[in-house]
Design a protein around this ligand. Sequence first.
Ligand SMILES: Nc1ncnc2c1ncn2[C@@H]1O[C@H](COP(=O)(O)OP(=O)(O)O)[C@@H](O)[C@H]1O
Ligand SMILES: [Mg+2]
Length: 250
Amino acid sequence: MTALLEARGLHLAFGGVRAADGIDLDVLRGEFLAIIGPNGAGKTTFINMTTGYLRPQAGSIAYEGEAITGLNPRAIVRRGIARSFQLPQLFTEHTVEQNVALALAARDGAWSPLAPLLRMRWRDEARATLDRFGLLDLAGARADALNEGARKLADIAMAVALKPRLLLMDEPTSGVAASEKMAIVETLLRVLRDADVTAVFVEHDMDVVERFADRVAVWSQGRIVALGPPAEVLADPAVQREVIGIERHA
Ligand SMILES: Nc1ncnc2c1ncn2[C@@H]1O[C@H](COP(=O)(O)OP(=O)(O)O)[C@@H](O)[C@H]1O
Ligand SMILES: [Mg+2]
């Protein structure tokens, strides 16, 4: 597999806190890469730097062989990189379908708040996207009426509607009931695989990592301290002590 995204020597400090302290990482074409690590390790910072929400103070990020370091979020979306947030960014007073249509309209450069809701093309495309996620039944529901699992999926559907080649998801299962978690990840990875989207996801549930990740990267204090297949990495005593141990007691 070749690299779709190449991060080299990323540094970013907030005052004395080194949120990124020399991050080197290749994201391979077609893989599902999990990021694990304790709170404050710099996982979200990595996603923010990759998607243009934060600018690294040093280092470079290349996507499809071209530098994207320092581009703004909209420019990065246009290149083919999308993200979802730990807290879903849905317009709560709008329906699920309207939310996805709004994402599509923004992608197409329409910023009028009402026009998107009226345009058939975006609505049809929104419904087609929701269908792939098994969310069509909820298309007409207000976003604030959804349970956390559906809310997370709807947020990811908005990102997927942008037709990314690479999707970065910050804790897609946080706040989701344990009984729903596996089904949600299964749905979302099936959609991503069908659409040939490479995915990076921050995850705290080691069962999810073990079952769904091709590789796992372990973050600690702004650095990647282990990287490899889940079976290998999660069996590493240092990882168990420093990462999984902490998460179990979190
Ligand atoms: N915008 C910011 N301003 C100041 N400090 C920040 C900012 N973003 C992150 N940090 C700090 O950087 C460190 C890494 O944060 P973060 O990337 O959110 O960690 P994680 O996602 O692994 O929990 C933390 O100490 C956090 O408080
Ligand atoms: Mg985070």
